[in-house]
Design a protein around this ligand. Structure first.
Ligand code: ZN
Ligand code: ZN
Ligand code: ZN
Length: 299
């Protein structure tokens, strides 16, 4: 069966309410794939219909755009193809690559609820600075592991304040690293800022850090309109209207059924989710979605 993502109706319409009720019954039924029941759907890398890992054996990188190879192997394949190499031979002989992006968020190994600023050491900004100060004063003779035992966790900044984001906030402003960057890039709507020298004046003395706003409502509106940070292999349905969420769940489930199923690679599905979060998909027809590709694509 080929799944379609139909034009969603508003839950406030009678037809929309009826459809939501019907879909909810189907989704709660015994034959519905439990993989699609969660708000954050974690797709296995080798899923037969929603694959996201490069097809070169043992390559840990995710597929690129609409192909079944990662970006590096795609570039290598383009050259090999031009030189007359057969596709199967290339996939067999290409050297696998290690992952450059973690599937899970890296958190401070001491605080646990603060994101890691230094990913290699897995330390938040504050603990990274403490480790550097320790090395400056004592060198590395005491060892990282022994130093870790002398450290205590700091309070969390909470989850990112943007609607559907699952990341931890990186500062008292309440935004994750990516959303804090985006907020700065768009000129800080609502003017949310932290006091100058907030760390030395507040956090260092265990005082709560005040957030100042020009217009807090504008800041909250900006937060609510943001798409979540997408992690490889995840489809994040948080923040979507119940009917749209149910439509997507059912569409994903239905597309897996039957013998004529085609692969939908996650790298092109995920932007659809982002569009849905900003309420664009809810006004689009299926014609805006890219054509499905066959599982046996030659990339
Ligand atoms: Zn690859
Ligand atoms: Zn920490
Ligand atoms: Zn975020």
């Amino acid at each position: 069966m080929n799944a379609t993502i139909p034009l969603p109706m508003a839950e406030s319409d009678r037809a929309g309410r009826d459809r939501l009720e019907l879909l909810t019954t189907l989704i709660n039924g015994p034959s519905f794939d439990p993989l699609f029941c969660r708000d954050v759907i974690r797709i296995p890398s080798d899923h037969p219909v929603y694959p996201w890992q490069c097809v070169v054996a043992d390559c840990e990188r995710s597929r690129w755009a609409t192909g079944d190879l990662c970006a590096i192997h795609r570039a290598q394949w383009n050259k090999a193809k031009a030189a007359g190499t057969r596709r199967a031979a290339f996939v067999r002989s290409a050297l696998p690559l290690t992952r450059t992006v973690s599937l899970e968020p890296i958190i401070c190994r001491i605080c646990v609820h603060r994101p890691a600023f230094n990913r290699q050491l897995a330390l938040c900004h504050r603990h990274r600075n403490r480790w550097r100060a320790h090395v400056r004063t004592h060198g590395t003779k005491t060892g990282f592991e022994r130093w870790l035992k002398t450290q205590t966790p700091y309070p969390t900044y909470g989850e990112c304040r943007t609607g559907a984001c699952l990341e931890l906030a990186t500062s008292p402003l309440g935004l994750c690293v990516l959303h804090e960057d985006r907020y700065g890039d768009v000129g800080k709507p609502g003017g949310a800022t932290l006091p100058r020298g907030w760390f030395g004046s507040y956090e260092y003395h265990d005082k709560p850090v005040p957030v100042r706003y020009d217009d807090e409502s504008a800041f909250r509106r900006w937060c609510a309109a943001q798409v979540p940070v997408m992690r490889i292999g995840d489809l994040n349905l948080r923040g979507l209207r119940p009917l749209l969420r149910a439509e997507i769940r059912w569409g994903l489930h239905a597309h897996v059924q039957g013998e004529q199923r085609q692969a939908w690679e996650l790298p092109w599905l995920q932007p659809c989710w982002n569009s849905a979060t900003t309420d664009v998909l809810s006004r689009c027809s299926t014609s805006t979605l890219p054509a499905a590709r066959k599982t046996t694509s030659d990339g």
